[in-house]
Design a protein around this ligand. Structure first.
Ligand SMILES: Nc1ncnc2c1ncn2[C@@H]1O[C@H](COP(=O)(O)OP(=O)(O)OP(=O)(O)O)[C@@H](O)[C@H]1O
Length: 629
C-alpha cells in the first residue's frame, strides 16, 4: 500500500501529525502561550492565521502545540483498550471452554452498549480530566476489540496447525503466542489503528464537553469548544482544530491498512494449492520402553466401543479396531459416516461440547481415557503424527517451514534452536524436498501442495512416530503428486515400522497403502476385511456398492455413473435396525428391526450384515436427479 499514491500520502500525513506531536511544543510552545491583551478575540489575519482567543493567544499555534496532547492521550487510551480487549478476547483460549463462555457472554453484553455511551458513563465515574478520560475511552473500545479478537482467534484455533500443535503438546499460552496471535495480527492491527482514530475523536468529544483535558492544559477538543463559543465572530477558531481532528483521525485510519501489510504480508498472500499434512510428534526416550511394552502384542492402538457424541447426536456409535506396528489400516465410507471423528477421537482432538467414550482406548499401552488431560498431549505428542487434508490450514502461514519443524524438536526433545533447525533441514531432505536448507527458510505459501504435504510428513519424522493418522491426505492433490505422497507414506511406514490409519473416501488410495479396510456407515463399521479381499471378496452390500460406484477402465462411458441409491443416514436419527437397510436391496423386515453386530467370519474379516453370506443382486442403480453421494 505504501507504493500506491494514496498509501504514500496517508503515511506522509501521519508522519506529519506525529512529527508535529514531537516538535510543535518545542518550537511554538512559547508563542502558543503568549498572552496579548491588545489582540483579544481577534479574527483570522496574516499575523494570526486562525485569530486569537480571549487572552489574545494565537489559536493556530495552540492547535499545532495541542497535537502532542491530543495524539498522546488518544494513543494511551487505544493502548489500554487494545490490551484489555486482547485479554478478554483470548480468555476463552486460555481459560478453557467453561470459563471462556462466561467471558464471552460478558463481552457480548458490553458490546451491546454504544461506545460513546460507555465512554461518557466511565468518564463520569472516573471523574473529569485526562486521567479519567483515558481509562473511560480505553474501556469503551475494549469490548469491540475483545469481540473481534475472540472471533478471529476462534477461527484460527479451529485450524489444523493449531490441532497439530496441541497434539505435539504445545501449551495454551504458547499456542496463543506462536500460532494464534501472529495469524490474527493483521486485522487486529488495522482495527487498533482505526480505534486510535476513533479515540482521537472521542477524546476531542469529551474535552469539548468539559470531561476531558482541563485548563490550563488544552487539546483539540478543548480548542474546538472554545472556538465554537465565538464562531460567528471568528469561524477559523473552531474550523482549524476541527480540521486537525479530522485529518489526524483519517491518517490513523488509512495508515492502519499499510501497517497491517507490513506486519503480516504472508497472511494475506498465502495461496491455496494442494493438500497438506499436519503435525508431528517425535519420540522421547521413554517411547522406546513403551514400544517394548507394546511390542509384546505389537498393538499400537486398541479401540473398543468408541462413541463420539454431540449432545443427543452420536455420529460415532461404537467402533472398535486394533492397529499393530507397521500395519496400515484404511477407513472408508461416504461423507458424514464418522471417519474423521473417529480419527479425531483417537488423537484426543474432540472439543466440547463433543464427548468421547469408549470401553478401551489405548495408545502404546497407555489408557488414553484414564490419562489426565494435561498429560495426554505429552503422551500423544511424542508418538503420534496427524496428517490433515486442508492445504490452507495445515501449516501456520506466518512461520517459516523450518521453524515449525524445529519447534517439535525444541518442545519434545529439548533441543536448542540451532540443532533443532539442523534436524529440521535433515528431515526435509529425508522427505526429498530439494534444496532443503533454502526451503526451510521459506513460508508455507512458497511450497506447492505436494511439497507441503511432504514437509508435514517430515515434521512427523522430527521424532519417531509410532502412528500416523492421515485424514484424506491426498484429496486435494493431482494424481502424480498424490502417488508421490502415498509412496512416501509407504516408505516411512516400511522404514520405521510405523502404523498408519488412513481415512479416505477413495478406495484406490486405500488399496495402494493399506493392509486392511474398515468400511464405515452411519457411525459404525459394517465390514473389516483385508485389502486383498476388497475386490471380489467383500461381503457387505454397502462395501460392494462402494466398489461398484468407482468407475474403472472397463466402465461403459456411455452409461450414467453408478451411484448408491438413497441418502446416507442422518446421525441425529439413525434408522432402527441396520442403518443401511433403507438403501439395501437385500433388506427385509428383520433388517429394519435388529441391528446386526460386527461378527468375525473366521477368515480374517468381520462383517455386520444379516445377509452377508447371500450373493445379492447388485444394489446399484443408475444416477437419478437428487440422489447420490
Ligand atoms: N463438531 C460437531 N458437532 C456436531 N456434529 C458434528 C461435529 N463434527 C462432525 N459432526 C457430525 O458428525 C458426522 C460425522 O462427521 P465426520 O467428519 O466424522 O464425517 P466423515 O465421515 O469424516 O465425512 P467427510 O468425509 O465428509 O469428512 C457428520 O454428520 C457431522 O455433521
Amino acid at each position: 500500500m505504501l507504493r500506491t499514491p494514496v498509501g504514500m500520502a496517508t503515511a506522509v500525513l501521519l508522519g506529519v501529525v506525529l512529527l508535529l506531536a514531537v516538535v510543535a511544543p518545542l518550537l511554538w510552545g512559547g508563542r502558543a502561550d503568549a498572552v496579548d491583551t491588545a489582540h483579544i478575540l481577534a479574527p483570522a489575519s496574516a499575523e494570526h492565521w486562525a485569530g486569537t482567543d480571549n487572552l489574545g493567544r494565537d489559536i493556530f499555534f495552540r492547535v499545532l502545540v495541542a497535537t502532542r496532547t491530543s495524539v498522546w492521550l488518544a494513543l494511551l487510551s487505544t493502548g489500554l483498550g487494545v490490551a484489555v480487549g486482547l485479554l478478554l478476547g483470548t480468555a476463552p483460549l486460555l481459560l478453557g471452554p467453561r470459563l471462556g463462555r462466561l467471558v464471552t457472554a460478558a463481552v457480548n453484553i458490553a458490546v451491546a452498549f454504544p461506545g460513546l455511551l460507555l465512554a461518557l458513563s466511565f468518564a463520569v465515574i472516573f471523574g473529569a480530566g485526562a486521567s479519567g478520560a483515558v481509562p473511560a475511552i480505553g474501556l469503551a473500545i475494549a469490548p469491540g476489540f475483545a469481540r473481534l479478537t475472540q472471533t478471529l482467534a476462534a477461527t484460527v484455533a479451529g485450524r489444523d496447525f493449531v490441532a497439530a500443535a496441541r497434539i505435539a503438546g504445545v501449551g495454551r499460552v504458547r499456542v496463543l503466542l506462536r500460532h494464534v496471535l501472529p495469524n490474527i495480527a493483521e486485522p487486529l492491527l488495522v482495527n487498533a489503528t482505526m480505534a486510535a482514530g476513533g479515540s482521537l475523536l472521542a477524546f476531542a468529544g469529551l474535552s469539548f464537553l468539559g470531561l476531558g483535558v482541563q485548563t490550563p492544559g488544552y487539546d483539540w477538543g478543548r480548542l474546538l469548544g472554545e472556538g465554537l463559543n465565538g464562531i460567528y465572530l471568528n469561524p477559523a477558531a473552531a474550523l482549524v482544530p476541527g480540521v486537525a481532528v479530522v485529518l489526524a483521525g483519517l491518517a490513523f485510519n488509512l495508515v492502519g491498512e499499510a501497517a497491517a501489510k507490513a506486519v503480516g504480508p504472508r497472511t494475506t498472500t498465502a495461496p491455496a494449492r494442494g493438500a497438506s499434512v499436519d503435525v508431528a510428534a517425535p519420540a522421547e526416550r521413554r517411547g522406546a520402553d513403551r514400544a517394548g511394552v507394546a511390542g509384546q502384542d505389537d498393538a499400537v492402538l486398541v479401540v473398543e466401543d468408541l462413541r463420539v457424541s454431540f449432545g443427543p447426536v452420536t455420529p460415532v456409535r461404537g467402533v472398535g479396531f486394533t492397529l499393530r506396528r507397521g500395519e496400515a489400516v484404511g477407513i472408508v465410507g461416504e461423507s458424514g459416516s464418522g471417519k474423521s471423528l473417529t480419527a479425531l477421537a483417537v488423537a484426543q482432538l474432540i472439543e466440547q461440547p463433543g464427548h468421547v467414550a469408549a470401553r478401551r482406548l489405548e495408545f502404546l499401552g497407555d489408557d488414553l481415557l484414564r490419562t489426565p488431560p494435561r498429560a495426554r498431549p505429552r503422551l500423544l505428542g511424542t508418538s503420534l503424527t496427524m496428517v490433515f487434508q486442508d492445504p490452507m490450514t495445515s501449516f501456520n502461514p506466518v512461520q517459516r517451514i523450518g521453524r515449525q519443524l524445529a519447534e517439535v524438536a525444541e518442545q519434545h526433545l529439548g533441543q536448542r534452536r540451532g540443532p533443532a533447525l539442523a534436524r529440521a533441514v535433515d528431515r526435509l531432505r529425508a522427505v526429498r524436498i530439494p534444496g532443503a536448507a533454502r526451503r526451510a527458510r521459506q513460508f508455507p505459501h512458497e511450497f506447492s501442495g505436494g511439497m507441503r504435504q511432504r514437509a508435514m510428513i517430515g515434521m512427523g519424522l522430527m521424532g519417531e512416530p509410532k502412528l500416523i493418522i492421515a485424514d484424506e491426505p491426498t484429496t486435494a492433490l493431482d494424481v502424480t503428486v498424490q502417488r508421490q505422497v502415498l509412496s512416501l507414506l509407504a516408505e516411512v511406514r516400511a522404514a520405521d515400522d510405523v502404523a498408519v490409519l488412513l481415512i479416505s473416501h477413495d478406495l484406490g488410495v486405500v488399496e495402494q497403502v493399506c493392509d486392511r479396510v474398515l468400511v464405515m456407515y452411519a457411525g459404525r463399521f459394517v465390514e473389516d476385511l483385508p485389502v486383498a479381499r476388497l475386490r471380489g471378496g467383500a461381503r457387505h452390500p454397502y462395501t460392494r456398492a462402494l466398489l461398484g460406484a468407482v468407475p474403472d477402465l472397463a466402465t461403459d462411458r456411455d452409461q450414467p455413473l453408478v451411484v448408491i441409491p438413497g441418502r446416507p443416514a442422518d446421525p441425529a436419527a439413525p434408522p432402527p435396525g441396520c442403518a443401511f437397510a433403507p438403501r439395501c436391496p437385500l433388506a427385509d423386515d428383520h433388517c429394519g428391526r435388529a441391528d446386526p453386530a460386527l461378527v468375525d467370519d473366521g477368515s480374517g474379516g468381520r462383517v455386520a450384515c444379516w445377509h452377508a453370506d447371500e450373493r445379492p443382486e447388485p444394489v446399484l442403480s443408475a444416477a437419478t436427479e437428487g440422489e447420490g453421494r
